[in-house]
Write a protein that binds this ligand. Structure first.
Ligand SMILES: [Fe+2]
Length: 198
């Protein structure tokens, strides 16, 4: 078995819990990212999630079925395993606050394959770096907006306090809830197998 490992790093002025929220918010996948065509959750519970999707291969006119299992391994590391018809991929998102309010997001992508499949590794390496850049840029406004909203005292499904004296900075105390609270009736939870435990 051969393994390709590619590490990509990005930095953002936001707290680690905001990054975690962005990673665990399944509802943004379809609307924000070009590659996730129709994510459907099968299971969500504290620290774990499983979904299927028809995934658009980056930079190619191809869509493939994928099964993605994600787990919050520890406070700083989220691990996902993705099954596609071509490979199994593992990606680890390490989130580290390197100074107050400034966070490094290091994603380690790993692909496994036999000798024959490994012939495609050089192509995967080029594609995954481009993919990381595209996904990072698609997500960045969400991270910055949530960070700013928390600084104004934003609470999910309650909003920002109407009175300015009540707008206390919550960004330092905010903890990302997993599963992330979802909107009722969304199409992502319509599968008959959908199972959830808070
Ligand atoms: Fe995203």
């Amino acid at each position: 078995m051969k393994v390709l490992k590619v590490i990509c790093e990005n930095f953002v002025d936001a707290k680690p819990e905001v990054i975690k929220w962005n990673s665990w918010d399944g509802e943004h996948l379809r609307t924000v990212h070009g590659a996730y065509v129709a994510p459907i959750f099968l299971m969500r519970r504290s620290g774990d999630g499983l979904f299927v999707d028809r995934f658009k291969i980056p930079f190619l006119p191809l869509r493939v079925k994928t099964l993605v299992f994600t787990t919050q391994w520890d406070n700083e590391n989220q691990i996902s395993f993705t099954l596609t018809p071509f490979f199994i991929a593992k990606n680890t998102i390490n989130v580290t606050e390197i100074r107050a309010g400034h966070t490094r997001v290091r994603v380690t992508y790993e692909f496994s394959g036999n000798w024959f499949q490994s012939l495609l590794f050089p192509i995967y390496k080029i594609m995954i770096k481009k993919w990381n850049k595209v996904v990072w840029e698609e997500d960045l406004p969400l991270k910055l907006r949530r960070q700013k909203a928390l600084e104004y005292g934003f609470v999910d499904y309650a909003g920002i306090p109407a009175d300015s004296v009540d707008r206390k900075d919550r960004s330092a105390v905010y903890k990302c809830e997993i599963p992330v609270p979802k909107t009722a009736g969304i199409q992502e939870i319509q599968h008959p197998f959908f199972t959830e435990r808070d």
